[in-house]
Design a protein around this ligand. Structure first.
Ligand code: FES
Length: 171
């Protein structure tokens, strides 16, 4: 009988350890996934302006930077993503979606789903396409594009360049 208790105790201990390992591995994957989704870009913040160097970005890569205390998504679009002349920031042959990463419903931060190429807001199921345009659920408007200026391979957030002025005239 006492052997039986020991075995049960050993089994429970083992199962607990296995669960701990699974949880640790799961947390590791979650951290990796988050890091992979939100790779920081080289950026310089000064006097309300954030300079974002996009020269090293790969097609399909999403990065997050901070602009005036708010998160901003920078997505380098792939060739198969739909062009949006009213919202794309174009640098050479590359097109970028740059939006303030705040859901226009009640202010949650959406997450980018790489497979679906959509921004999904977990709070109430809002969906934005790869251009940051609301396509489903309660968000009433697209995610906001911050004022920007293009300086070579840098996007300068917080300054109104001619490309931004043209974009706002089209909107
Ligand atoms: S805050 Fe995003 S859907 Fe409600």
């Amino acid at each position: 009988m006492s052997d039986c208790k020991c075995n049960r105790r050993a089994f429970i201990k083992g199962a607990g350890a296995a669960l701990g390992v699974t949880a640790a591995v799961g947390a590791g994957f979650a951290t990796y996934a988050m890091k992979k989704t939100w790779d920081p870009l080289p950026s310089v913040v000064a006097a309300g302006v954030t300079e974002v160097d996009v020269s090293g970005m790969k097609d399909g890569q999403l990065a997050q930077v901070e602009f005036r205390g708010k998160p901003v998504f920078v997505l380098k679009k792939t060739a198969d993503m739909q062009k949006n002349d009213k919202r794309d920031i174009v640098i050479g042959d590359a097109r970028f979606t740059v939006v303030i990463a705040i859901c226009t419903h009640l202010g949650c931060i959406p997450a980018y789903n790489d497979g679906e190429k959509k921004f999904l807001c977990a709070c109430h199921g809002g969906v934005f396409d790869e251009n940051g345009v609301n396509t489903f659920g309660p968000p009433p408007t697209p995610m906001q594009i911050p004022a920007f200026r293009i300086d070579g391979q840098k996007i300068v957030l917080g300054e109104e360049g001619p490309e931004y002025k043209k974009m706002t005239a089209l909107a």
